[in-house]
Structure formats: structure tokens, C-alpha cells
Design a binder for this molecule. Structure first.
Ligand SMILES: [Zn+2]
Length: 260
């Protein structure tokens, strides 16, 4: 059942995976901690066996919003994901994550299959007027090329590991959003990214259960505050000012968060 009281909205963890096995035993406690911190979440289910759990969690909880996507290496499940998106479109805040993973996929023809699946997902997102959350591991340049060639309308690059100069251009000239993960506290590449992205296009995420402040420990949405504080310090802003900017950016891309 939806929460009785409207939960406080202070910051949005724009990309996490609450439906994954790591949260099976204590999801209530994780969500309670997020609630206390005024954290809303977009949970992105990316495997056929977790899609319905992601949708259920978002249905139950007012501060959790659902995205459905496909791990790039599972490109052969394209038809199933398009079908799941189609059937549940009214419940979705985004399509994703979808994209390219050249780190895990080295084979040329498999990379081509990933690209076709990515293109189909972008097309679906555009049809439904939903933002697309993009995974682009070791394929940042390629992913931006695909998105531009298709004139994708609302783009959210998550945990971008490409060159900061590419992010600078994509955020300023194409209006793409980039979410900075919690690992910014330990990653020089992510610190560089913060400085490069247009300040009106920065979002925050945890990518929980991974990309935490400590590589070995399970990450959780409440830690999005650590990313926010780090971004404020890198950009030499007050924490509250940075929070307001990030929330405004998030609601520009995801207005449905306010109205759920
Ligand atoms: Zn993710």
C-alpha cells in the first residue's frame, strides 16, 4: 500500500537497485533510513528475474520510483524487456539502465547486438516520452554517439567512466544529465567529472548495492548524502545550496517524482 504520509523529499538517489538479492533480507530497514534522510529513489531493474520485484517495491513505497531496463550483456532478452516496458509503462519513471558495456563484452559481433538493443530501448523511451538511464562502461564515447545519432530527448548518463571532456560537451551542448555516484569520494575520475558537467545537469546516485564509499561494503541509498557533500566541496558550494541545485535538476528531468 502507498505510504499514508507524503515522505519528505530532500534529495533523490537517481539510480539504485533495491530489487537485487543484496537487499532481500533488510529492505525495510534500508528504506526506513532513506526515509529519515528525505531520500527518494529510482530503482532500476535490469534482469528478467527482477523486473516484477522492482515494480512491486515502487508500487508499495511512495518514495521509490521504478525504471525497467536491461543489462547490456543480456541483449538477447530485448523482446521481453520491451514487452515488460510496454505492459507497465504507466508505472515507470524511466527506461533503464540500458546501454553498452565494452568492458565485459569484447567480441565485435556481440557489441553490435548490444548496440541494436540499446537503439531499440532509446526508441521505446522516446515513444513513451520517458528519460533513458544509460550504462556506458568503457563505452562512453560510443554511447553518446548512438544517443546523438538517434536524437534521444531526455538522457541520463549514469556512473559515466568516459572522458570528462566528452561529458562537458554532452551536458552543455546536448543537455544530457550525468549522475555522480557515491564512489566520487574515492575516485579521481569522478571528481573530474563533477567539474566538467554543466552544473544544471548534475544528478546524484548510489548505484546501490555497488559503487559505495568503501568498495568492499554494500552501498545503500542513504549514502547519496555523501556524494552530495563531496560534490558541494568539489564545487565550493554550501551543502544546502548544492542540495537545492541537485533536486531542481532531478525534478526537471523526472517531474513525476513530485506527483507520485
Ligand atoms: Zn546500475
Amino acid at each position: 500500500m502507498p505510504n499514508e504520509k507524503t515522505p519528505l523529499l530532500r534529495v533523490v538517489d537517481t539510480h539504485c537497485h533495491l530489487e537485487q538479492a543484496e537487499f532481500l533480507h533488510d529492505l525495510d530497514a534500508v528504506v526506513d533510513r532513506a526515509l529519515e534522510g528525505g531520500v527518494h529513489m529510482i530503482t532500476s531493474a535490469i534482469t528478467p528475474d527482477t523486473w516484477s520485484r522492482g515494480l512491486d517495491i515502487a508500487y508499495e513505497l511512495q518514495n521509490v520510483h521504478a525504471a525497467i531496463g536491461l543489462d547490456p550483456v543480456l541483449f538477447s532478452d530485448l523482446e521481453s524487456v520491451l514487452d515488460c516496458i510496454h505492459k507497465n509503462a504507466s508505472q515507470l519513471i524511466a527506461i533503464g539502465e540500458v546501454g553498452l558495456d565494452h568492458y565485459r563484452t569484447r567480441d565485435h559481433s556481440e557489441r553490435e547486438c548490444q548496440r541494436s538493443a540499446f537503439e531499440a530501448a532509446i526508441e521505446k523511451a522516446d515513444d513513451l516520452r520517458l528519460p533513458v538511464q544509460v550504462h556506458s562502461r568503457s563505452a562512453g564515447k560510443k554511447a553518446i554517439e548512438v544517443l546523438s545519432s538517434m536524437n534521444a530527448h531526455s538522457v541520463h548518463m549514469h556512473a559515466f567512466d568516459g572522458k570528462a571532456s566528452l561529458a562537458r560537451i554532452a551536458s552543455r551542448e546536448k543537455g544530457y544529465y550525468f549522475s555522480i555516484p557515491t564512489s566520487v569520494v574515492r575516485s579521481a575520475q569522478k571528481r573530474k567529472l563533477v567539474k566538467a558537467v554543466d552544473i544544471e545537469r548534475i544528478l546524484v546516485e548510489t548505484d546501490s548495492p555497488v559503487l559505495g564509499p568503501d568498495r568492499e561494503t554494500r552501498n545503500e541509498p542513504m549514502n547519496v548524502w555523501m556524494a552530495l557533500r563531496e560534490i558541494a566541496s568539489i564545487l565550493k558550494r554550501e551543502e544546502e545550496e548544492m542540495r537545492e541545485i541537485l533536486l531542481e535538476n532531478t525534478l526537471r528531468l523526472y517531474p513525476g517524482i513530485r506527483t507520485k
